[in-house]
Design a protein around this ligand. Sequence first.
Ligand code: TPP
Ligand code: MG
Length: 291
Amino acid sequence: MLDSKQETEFEILAAEIRLETFRELAELGFGHIGGAMSIADVLAVLYGGVMKIDPENPAWEDRDYFALSKGHAGPAVYAALALRGFFLKEQLKTLNKSGTMLPSHCSRIHTPGIDLTTGSLGQGISTAAGAALASRILGGDNYAYCIIGDGECDEGQIWEAALFAAHQKLDHFILFVDANKLQLDGPVAEICCMGDIGEKFRSFNWHVQTVDGHSVAAIYRAIEAAKAAVGQPSVVVLETIKGKGCALAEEAAAKGQGIHHMLFPDQETNRREIARMEQVVSDLKAKRGSR
Ligand SMILES: Cc1ncc(C[n+]2csc(CCOP(=O)(O)OP(=O)(O)O)c2C)c(N)n1
Ligand SMILES: [Mg+2]
């Protein structure tokens, strides 16, 4: 059960992930804002309490595994890792710069806490399914979590992995689809329509749930239900909004502009957006204090 105290803590962490992610991209001057912002809430639930992890020992054998198959949203995961103490927040300023431990897409070689290297869409889900199978073979009780994009579902490899995971009855494999309805250059429905993603997974014999991907409580409950489903892998389709919580992205989207990857050249505009996001965090912390 999720109590209101823990729910507020998840909401604070989600707001902090958005703030730190925007700081990273503003410092660099550009980046994949849309798909990073849409997964802040699920990352907050995973890194804020659900996942068995140890920031002091990222390679802990009994940890849960996480793969961001849509690796272009790496900066949001880096924000979560820094906020959980895997490395200093100062490192976030080095995103995608020479010598950094934080490349634009996730790399297990460079970054403490990143389990799988991703960026080529379609591949992370297969590796994560493999991690779930390996844990079972080794007798572990750990879970493998993975996030894929809805545009990424156009990749054939997603469905190969879906078939494999169901065949292997990988019930410690919990997959999230970030269903933000947009991919790189337009709506998923117009580029290669997925139809009902949940129904597709159901037909592959997965346990399927669809929830509001910006409700930390709904995400938490879905994970509990996924863990209770025995003998099947689970997918949680997250109904999300690309760019959610970044006013610059939301405003650009409202004007019909692309927000998959944006430029952030104006320091004054960036400062205002950071101040606005800091206020969101403070307001949520005040909610914590007033309880
Ligand atoms: C195999 C492969 N093809 C193309 C790309 C380029 N690419 C990066 S993100 C993206 C769109 C992905 O859309 P979606 O999965 O919906 O991501 P989100 O909306 O969450 O950002 C594409 C085509 C890639 N990274 N890998
Ligand atoms: Mg998408």
